[in-house]
Ligand binder design. Structure first.
Ligand code: AMP
Ligand code: MG
Length: 299
């Protein structure tokens, strides 16, 4: 397990102004480990991940057996920060029937005919399940904020689109999440914090390694040009929407193994904190079981 106080450092305190610059994308747990070099960090992170995957599989089973809580995990990040790889690695070992993954792209005409939360609402996890959003309703205060022409397409009633408009959206999101939490959804939000240098490295890798060519999207490079605007939109969104009931975590993302280990750790310990027990069998149910057992033995 990663130490609790370290995890606490990654959680964005509600209502506090944050600067992404204060979060180190290259964070690798401890100075000692960093000095040991990249391989040591990777080995340690892999060990933590392995343990967490086993714990997560168990936690997920309890979640399913109880059929009361669901878990919603939102992943947001700049391009090439490692959302897909993190989802893939963290979810290995979990019963596929217990997990639902949704990746959100630019909204369709049908989706644009509804309120901005509609398409996400339809994809929420059922009780007992873990739902993963690869991008989420946060895009509607991030990419849409950075590119106002996208907001034009949302067919909203006329009105000002200044700071007050975005404050209203944050308020809507907080109220939406509050509603979900009150109804049994555990919400975790991960911002994978990759540095601009590391993104460049990963883009180059995609361009130069034929096996990774497919990962490069021509749209990614122009978006990189908006780096500062995105960083600002993220800072504001994280500050406005990291709440007691649905916290944001800023996950160091320059080191893939660290990202995966930390996400798995936060996820596992948060589900554990629900304090779930295997469902109790009532006296009446026990009698039914006993009858069934006797019948089978008599065959
Ligand atoms: P990817 O996840 O790399 O396949 O890219 C999906 C694309 O869809 C990204 O460029 C997102 O910015 C875009 N996208 C996701 N949600 C929205 C949204 N609500 N409005 C506009 N664009 C979006
Ligand atoms: Mg992409």
């Amino acid at each position: 397990m990663i130490r609790r106080d370290l995890i606490d450092l990654l959680r964005v305190p509600p209502g506090k102004k944050i600067r992404l610059k204060d979060y180190d994308p290259g964070w690798a747990q401890t100075k000692e480990l960093k000095q040991l070099g990249k391989d040591a960090v990777k080995a340690r992170a892999q060990a933590i991940l392995q343990q967490n995957l086993e714990d997560l599989a168990e936690a997920q089973q309890l979640l399913y057996a109880n059929d009361v809580y669901s878990v919603l995990v939102c992943f947001q990040a700049m391009d090439a920060a490692g959302k897909d790889g993190t989802i893939k690695h963290v979810m290995t070992g979990v019963n596929p029937q217990g997990v639902q993954v949704f990746a959100f792209k630019a909204p369709s005409p049908e989706e644009l005919d509804h309120n901005f939360l509609w398409r996400y609402m339809k994809a929420l996890p059922e009780r007992g399940r873990i739902g993963i959003f690869n991008r989420s309703y946060y895009e509607d205060v991030l990419v849409v904020r950075v590119h106002p022409e996208l907001l034009e397409r949302q067919k909203l009633p006329p009105g000002k689109r200044g700071a007050g408009f975005w404050r209203d959206r944050y308020e809507d999101i907080n109220a939406f999440e509050r509603h979900l939490v009150r109804n049994g959804t555990l919400i975790l939000k991960f911002y994978l914090n990759v540095s601009k240098d590391e993104q460049k490295k990963r883009f180059l890798e995609r361009l130069e390694n034929p096996e990774k060519n497919w990962k490069f999207s021509a749209a990614d490079l122009p978006e990189r040009g908006y780096w500062d605007q995105y960083a600002e939109a993220y800072e504001e969104a994280l500050r406005a929407t990291s709440t007691e009931w649905a916290p944001w975590y800023v996950i160091p993302a320059d080191n893939k193994w660290v990202t995966r280990a930390v996400v798995a750790d936060v996820l596992t310990s948060s589900i554990r904190d629900l304090g779930l027990e295997p469902p109790k069998v009532s006296a009446a149910q026990r009698r039914v079981l006993e009858e069934a057992r006797k019948k089978l033995l008599k065959e």
